[in-house]
Design a protein. Structure first.
Length: 303
């Protein structure tokens, strides 16, 4: 199922036609409060009232014109200004900022967003894309972090290399949002079985939690797997950490009750709220991360 969903995500014909289908538009509403930022902001305000923070991301990637990349930057600057009162954070893909066109231009755009995030007392996350971009994305982060303390990077637990990447980043006192990974990668570079990915995810958590305890690392567990969260928390307890030091991020529309429960119990929780009209590829990758969500889609076919 996962392989099929990832194949669909890369199919151009489907990407052109599926977003027009009404049932698909209904189904995607599970993960998006709406296509406009206004809907995302409203959802974030509602979550804030219940003790859950927000992480905004405008859908889209692989821009082919630097003017479009500039519009993305301007949009996020407006987002940071509009959401300052609720302390929301933002997450952006490097290819959305022009990495496919000009690495220096993408870096300059990241610098602009880092300044805007600092001005808004917020935080900028750099998303990780497919493995073809891993080295370039890490290079951007290494360049930016010494001049921008409020910047973090997403790393993917299913890649074999991630433990080495973490070790190399530790001298920077980084912020890392650990995800499982949602791209189709060959077995030579990535774990493919769920058990292996879960085991590596937990091992990476155990590796990083002592650095969190020493305040040399900000770690966000970006997973809907509450069993993994519970296991990580047991290791954190062994290091005399408190719940507020364990940060968790989940997607809008997935395990909302668990997000609220974890927040009530004292964990630091953020809801990743995506929005925009470029949702097809992103949506299929989200289904591939947790194929059980396919049943939700299937129900949209019924009257």
């Amino acid at each position: 199922m996962r392989r099929l969903l990832l194949w669909c995500a890369q199919n151009r014909w489907l990407a052109t036609h599926v977003p027009r289908w009404r049932f698909a538009q209904r189904a995607v509403r599970r993960f998006l409060p709406g296509e406009g930022f206004e809907s995302a902001l409203k959802a974030a305000v509602d979550f804030r009232a219940q003790g859950v923070g927000a992480l905004f991301t405008l859908l889209g990637e692989n821009v082919t014109d630097l003017e479009d990349a500039n519009k993305v930057v301007e949009h996020y600057e407006e987002v940071l200004a509009a959401s300052r009162d609720i302390h929301a954070e933002i997450s952006v893909k490097p290819t959305q900022l022009g990495l496919d066109i000009d690495a220096d231009a993408a870096f300059a755009n990241l610098q602009r967003l880092a300044r805007a995030a600092e001005k808004a007392n917020s935080f900028l996350w750099i998303d990780m894309e497919g493995s073809a971009y891993t080295d370039r994305t890490l290079d951007l982060y290494r360049r930016l972090k010494p001049q921008a303390p409020h910047v973090g990077i997403a790393l993917q637990a299913y890649l074999h290399r991630t433990v080495s990447d973490i070790a190399e980043l530790l001298p920077l006192k980084p912020a890392i949002r650990l995800v499982k990974g949602a791209y189709a990668e060959p077995p030579q570079i990535a774990f493919s079985g769920k058990r292996d990915v879960d085991a590596n995810y937990l091992a990476l958590c155990v590796f990083m939690l002592p650095e969190v305890k020493r305040r040399r690392l900000r770690l966000v567990l970006a997973t809907h797997d509450v069993d993994l969260v519970s296991k990580a928390w047991r290791f954190a307890q062994a290091s005399d950490m408190v719940r507020s030091q364990v940060e968790i991020a989940m997607l809008y529309g997935i395990r909302t009750a668990e997000q609220l429960r974890l927040a009530r119990e004292g964990f630091t929780v953020r809801d990743l709220i995506a929005y925009g009209d470029a949702w097809y590829t992103w949506y299929l990758r989200r289904l591939a991360e947790r194929p059980a969500n396919v049943w939700f889609v299937a129900r949209q076919l019924l009257p």
